[in-house]
Ligand binder design. Structure first.
Ligand code: HEC
Ligand code: HEC
Length: 359
């Protein structure tokens, strides 16, 4: 049972990815379409094949269902036909695209979640009692500058001097799946800007499956039991970004442009919301706790035909390791897939062989 869940999760994530066109300067290169790659496509023919996984996960999350809700055989034969919900979903896709085309100048304003809000059956009854709404966060009279927010962040992490003293880390963690029961062992190695994350998925039936993500200081790669896993642009980007920003106060070296937007709230706490974009125009949002100064959330989004596919990371329960604060509970979420990293041991300034970061 556990293994089955895990394999589905891996598959769901593996097919979940990526961008429409790879833009380089003004030249656009067309990529393989879903109609070309998949066997039984009637509506999504022209979307990039790499978006299929994202679309499937977004539809599942919008309806609050799993893949089997529409692919009722649940045997991995996703091209099989004869399932009522799959047919309705095709009609719904057509309706959604028509709404965007006819009323929103083809912008993906409406998606499944606009109506479904996490339920298979959208709620049509209008609330008769006022729905309690949290008051919006009070906006500061004088907007904080990006420099002020980053300076506070550096101090919150432990200060320049302490940050400079930590040159490497060996971190032991557990990856906790959403069922709360399945744990996988994780080892995170850090040396300067180099990072490697190794996760072991135990399976009695198939033997351990070891996933390794490496960032060598410039580019990222991923391996499954030693064999290279092909990554989509946004997947490489996420591995790279997590490595780049972990306990790093110098976010100006990571993002080409940062801008303060407004004050919001996360779980009742006030946060500064910043938009940040990299030199190659990946757009993200960064959330800094107004009181502690710490980075508490990062959201990256990749455009799809059903709107933004979001990748969210929450950094919580910071603790001090050698004068530098690290989040010890890190929550990852994309539509339909969630997992948590729980850090339980951190060794600093240990010697780590450069081999460990080899791709
Ligand atoms: C709300 C219904 C719905 C849910 C939930 C759903 N799918 Fe689909 N899926 C579809 C529809 C509809 C198609 C066919 C789209 C078309 O005809 O353009 C499809 C097609 C596919 C295909 C292409 C199969 C082929 O070769 O033709 C794959 C793969 C797939 N889905 C995987 C998944 C996975 C994995 C999940 C769970 C993360 C999932 N789907 C959840 C409705 C759904
Ligand atoms: C404009 C609102 C709206 C949008 C957008 C929308 N739906 Fe629906 N959907 C509905 C309504 C209303 C129903 C319920 C109809 C009924 O009760 O018979 C429904 C029903 C469904 C059902 C049948 C559920 C069941 O249990 O029988 C599926 C599957 C579904 N929608 C999938 C989707 C998918 C996938 C998307 C996005 C591609 C989507 N819907 C977008 C309004 C919407």
């Amino acid at each position: 049972m556990k293994t089955k869940l895990k394999i589905t999760t891996i598959f769901a994530f593996a097919i979940s990815a990526c961008v429409f066109f790879t833009t380089q300067g003004n030249t656009q290169t067309k990529t393989e379409t879903a109609g070309q790659r998949f066997k039984s496509i009637k509506v999504l023919n022209d979307i990039p094949a790499d978006q299929m996984g994202k679309i499937m996960n977004m539809m599942s999350a919008s309806l609050g269902v799993n893949c089997a809700f529409c692919h009722a055989s649940n045997d991995g034969d996703y091209e099989k036909e004869g399932f009522e919900h799959k047919d309705i979903a095709r009609q719904m896709l057509k309706m959604t695209f028509d709404l965007n085309k006819n009323y929103f100048e083809n912008r993906p304003e409406i998606n499944c979640n606009s109506c479904h809000q996490g339920k298979a059956h959208p709620q049509s009854s209008i609330p008769l009692m006022p729905v309690a709404q949290e008051p919006r966060a009070v906006q500061p009279e004088k907007k904080p500058t990006v420099d002020e927010i980053l300076a506070k962040y550096e101090t919150a992490l432990g200060g320049k001097a302490n940050l400079a003293k930590v040159t490497s880390r060996e971190i032991k963690a557990q990856r906790v799946e959403p069922d709360g029961k399945t744990f996988e062992a994780e080892e995170i190695l850090q040396k300067g800007s180099k990072t490697s994350v190794t996760t072991v998925y135990p399976s009695k039936q198939y033997g351990d499956y070891t996933v390794r993500e490496v960032f060598d200081g410039s580019t990222a790669a991923k391996f499954g039991n030693g064999a290279k896993i092909e990554l989509k642009t946004d997947e490489t980007e996420q591995i790279k970004r997590e490595a780049q920003i972990f306990a790093n106060a110098d976010l100006k070296a990571v993002y080409a442009k940062m801008e303060f937007r407004f004050v919001d709230k996360i779980d009742g706490r006030e946060v500064y919301v910043l938009t940040a974009s990299t030199a190659d125009n990946a757009r993200e949002r960064l959330y800094f706790d107004v009181q502690t100064g710490l980075l508490v959330r990062r959201i990256a989004s990749t455009p799809t035909v059903l709107g933004a596919f979001q990748f969210q990371v929450d950094y919580t329960e910071h603790k001090d390791f050698g004068g530098v604060k690290l989040p010890t509970v890190i929550k990852f979420a994309v539509p339909n897939i969630r997992w948590t990293r729980k850090v339980f041991d951190v060794k600093i300034n240990v010697s780590i062989d450069d081999e460990k970061f080899k791709k």
